[in-house]
Design a protein around this ligand. Structure first.
Ligand code: SF4
Ligand code: SF4
Length: 427
C-alpha cells in the first residue's frame, strides 16, 4: 500500500520589515561589488557573511521562506558590524543600513524583552547621571589598580580587554564642567552635543571641542536637557527608545542657533537621521539639518598657529566616512596643523571592529578585524593615530596593546585644542 503523502508544513511567519527596508532590499541587483569591502567577508570568505548574503537572508525571512528564529539568520546578522562599508562600495546605492536596522528591529519585537539589555539601553545610556556615576566608579577602580594585573582576569574577556585599554579617567563629565554658554557674547552661534558615553568617559574631547569653537569666535550653547543620541538603541532594534531620546534632544536644542557640533561619529550619524526616525515631525528634520561633525566645522576654521610635532595617520570612523560621507574635512583640518606630518593609512575606512557594542558581543571577530587595522597602522610608521569617534579610539588603544605598538591615539578635538593653544595646561 502506498505511503500517505506527508502533510504540507506551514510556511514560517514573514519577518515584518518596515517599508523603507523593503524599498532598499529591492534595489540590490546581486552584483557582488560590495563583497571585498565587507570586513566579515574578508575574514570568513563565506557568502552568508557578506552584504549580498545577508540581504538574501533578510529577504528570505521577510518573504517567509525561512523562519525568523532560524539560527543561521541570527548568526550571520549578528556578525554584521553595521559598518556600512558595503554602502560606499555599492554602485546601485543600496541603503544596507536601513535594511539591517529594520530587520534587527523586527527581530527584537519577536523576542521576550531582555531585562539586561533594557537596563543598559533605558536604565543607563538614557540616564546621564547614572552613566556619570559609572564613570566615577571606573575612575576609582583605575586608581585602586583594579583595572590592571590579576584583578581584570576575573572579568569576562571583552571587559578585561577594554579595562586595560581605557585611558586614565577623570570621572568629571563635561556637562558639569562647561557653563551653559561658552565663548564671546556676540560670536557666531553654535551648540555642542556632548553624547552619553562620550561625556561620561571621554569628557575631555567635549571640553576640547567647545574650547576650540569658542577660541575661533563661536558662542557655544551647551543645552542642559540633552541626552543620549539613541544610536545604540537603533542598532539594537529599539526604535521606540531611540525616538523618545530624539524628542528630548530636539526639545533641548530648540532655543539654540547655528550648527550643532558633535565629535562622536556614531552620534553624528544618528542625529543626522532624526528626520527619518520621526518623519511626521518637521522639527526633527530641522534639527538634523543643523548637525555637523566637529571636523566639518574645523576644516573651515582659520589655521592654528601652534606646532603639534608628530608623524600621524588618520583612521576613518565608519559612521563618519560611510554613514555621513565625511572624509576630506578631518584630513584638511589635520593638514593645517603646523608640525604634524600626516601619512595616509592603507584601508583607512575599513572598520576597526569597535562598532558600538560589537567588541563586547562578537569579541573574536572584533579582534580579527582590529588586528588587520593595526597591521596597516604599523605599516605607516606613524607614532600617532587620530580618529573622530571615541569607540574607535578605545579600540585602537586596545589594538596598540595587542600589537605591542608604541602609539598615541588621539581625537581630532584633542589635537586641535593643542594646536589652537586651548588644551589643559596651555595658556
Ligand atoms: S548591495 Fe550593492 S554591491 Fe552588494 S550585491 Fe547588492 S547591488 Fe551589488
Ligand atoms: S555593514 Fe559592514 S559588516 Fe555588515 S555587511 Fe556591510 S560591510 Fe559587511
Amino acid at each position: 500500500m502506498a505511503e500517505p503523502a506527508p502533510e504540507p508544513q506551514p510556511l514560517p511567519a514573514p519577518l515584518p520589515l518596515p517599508p523603507a527596508a523593503w524599498q532598499a532590499l529591492d534595489t540590490c541587483v546581486h552584483c557582488g561589488f560590495c563583497l571585498p569591502a565587507c570586513p566579515t567577508y574578508r575574514e570568513l570568505g563565506s557568502e552568508a557573511d557578506s552584504p549580498r548574503g545577508r540581504i538574501f537572508l533578510m529577504r528570505a525571512a521577510a518573504e517567509g521562506r525561512i523562519g525568523a528564529d532560524d539560527p543561521a539568520l541570527r548568526l550571520h546578522l549578528d556578525l554584521c558590524l553595521d559598518c556600512r562599508a558595503c554602502e560606499t562600495a555599492c554602485p546601485s546605492g543600496v541603503a544596507y543600513g536601513t535594511i539591517i536596522e529594520g530587520a534587527r528591529a523586527a527581530l527584537r519585537q519577536r523576542e521576550v524583552p531582555s531585562v539586561g539589555l533594557d537596563l543598559i539601553y533605558r536604565g543607563l545610556l538614557a540616564r546621564p547621571g547614572r552613566l556619570a556615576a559609572a564613570a566615577r566608579f571606573t575612575a576609582f577602580a583605575q586608581r585602586a589598580g583594579l583595572t590592571r594585573g590579576r584583578a581584570v582576569r576575573l572579568l569576562p574577556r571583552p571587559l578585561a580587554a577594554m579595562a586595560r585599554a581605557l585611558p586614565p579617567l577623570s570621572g568629571r563629565a563635561a556637562r558639569t564642567r562647561l557653563p551653559a554658554s561658552v565663548g564671546p557674547a556676540a560670536g557666531t552661534p553654535a551648540a555642542a552635543f556632548l553624547g552619553c558615553i562620550q561625556d561620561a568617559f571621554f569628557p575631555e574631547d567635549d571640553v576640547a571641542m567647545v574650547r576650540v569653537l569658542a577660541a575661533t569666535g563661536h558662542t557655544v550653547a551647551v543645552p542642559r536637557g540633552q541626552v543620549c543620541c539613541g544610536a545604540l538603541h537603533v542598532h539594537a532594534g529599539d526604535g521606540e527608545g531611540a525616538r523618545e531620546l530624539a524628542r528630548q534632544n530636539i526639545a533641548a536644542f530648540a532655543g539654540t542657533g547655528g550648527p550643532i557640533a558633535v565629535n562622536a561619529a556614531g552620534c553624528g550619524a544618528a542625529l543626522k537621521n532624526y528626520g527619518h526616525l520621526l518623519p511626521d515631525q518637521p522639527a526633527a528634520a530641522a534639527f538634523a539639518a543643523r548637525v555637523r561633525d566637529f571636523s566639518e566645522l574645523a576644516a573651515d576654521l582659520p589655521p592654528p598657529e601652534r606646532a603639534v610635532p608628530a608623524r600621524a595617520t588618520y583612521h576613518d570612523a565608519c559612521h563618519l566616512a560611510h554613514a555621513q560621507r565625511v572624509r576630506a574635512q578631518p584630513r584638511r583640518a589635520l593638514d593645517a596643523v603646523p608640525g604634524l606630518e600626516m601619512v595616509e593609512l592603507p584601508e583607512s575606512d575599513a572598520c576597526c571592529g569597535s562598532a558600538g557594542v560589537y567588541n563586547f558581543t562578537q569579541f573574536d571577530m572584533s579582534m580579527a578585524v582590529l588586528d588587520r587595522k593595526m597591521a596597516n597602522v604599523r605599516a605607516t610608521g606613524a607614532d600617532t593615530v587620530v580618529t573622530c569617534n571615541p569607540g574607535c579610539a578605545l579600540q585602537l588603544r586596545l589594538g596598540a596593546l595587542r600589537a605591542g605598538l608604541h602609539l598615541r591615539v588621539r581625537s581630532l578635538c584633542d589635537v586641535l585644542a593643542e594646536a589652537y593653544g586651548v588644551a589643559d595646561g596651555q595658556a
